[in-house]
Write a protein that binds this ligand. Structure first.
Ligand code: ZN
Length: 210
């Protein structure tokens, strides 16, 4: 093959523009009512730095050391994602890293553990299966239930993390916090009501962290 001069290290070769993705995420957020959480999310989104990382095993991730959002357009799942949805999730991680430290908060960590160990999994699964399409289309809620039910096979998750990853120290707390923070900052009232009904102690503990 002749060298065609395509720079594989640049995002241009993947037809992806991170600044457009950031501005789409801002638009999504600006369509939501302004609250304390949405303001913080908006500030974090403005301050976020992005790093192209073609070697990582995920389409998006965050560096817990620097708070930079890493993205990998060469990942096979990258274009399956709604990039605004993914960027808001990573931005919520950034808020956690710089402001909230959810995994180090004893009360929140205990509430997360209790939500896995002590809640009635059948009742959560049944409530979810019977819930509205709007609830079932919410990626953040799907990801929370993936963590809380340890990927219960009866739920058709649209976003999830593997159990192996969730069991590593602090990961379950961080993922649940990021998802709750995004839901709260977007004022997803139907999803918030679902969470308050099915996981009331977890939601109350999250609100106390803010
Ligand atoms: Zn995450």
């Amino acid at each position: 093959m002749p060298d065609l001069g395509i720079d594989k290290s640049s995002e241009k070769s993947y037809n992806f523009n991170i600044e457009k993705a950031r501005s789409d995420a801002k638009t999504l957020l600006s369509n939501c009512p302004e609250t304390k959480c949405s303001k913080i999310m908006s500030e974090q989104l403005n301050e976020a730095t992005f790093e192209l990382d073609l070697k990582m095993g995920d389409p998006f991730s965050i560096s817990r050391k620097t708070g930079a959002i890493h993205y990998n357009p060469s990942h096979e799942d990258f274009y399956k994602f709604d990039h605004s949805v993914a960027i808001l999730h990573e931005t919520a991680h950034r808020a956690d890293i710089f402001l909230y430290h959810a995994a180090e908060n004893d009360e929140f960590s205990q509430a997360v553990l209790d939500s896995v160990v002590h809640t009635n999994r059948d009742s959560i699964v049944n409530a979810y299966i019977k819930s509205s399409p709007e609830i079932q289309r919410n990626s953040y809620l799907s990801d929370i239930l993936s963590a809380v039910t340890e990927n219960d096979e009866r739920i058709p998750f649209i976003a999830s993390h593997e159990n192996k990853y969730l069991l590593e120290e602090g990961n379950r707390e961080s993922e649940i916090f990021a998802d709750l923070f995004t839901i709260e900052s977007m004022s997803e009232t139907e999803v918030i009501d679902f969470l308050k009904n099915t996981l009331p102690d977890l939601y109350a503990s999250f609100l106390r962290l803010l």
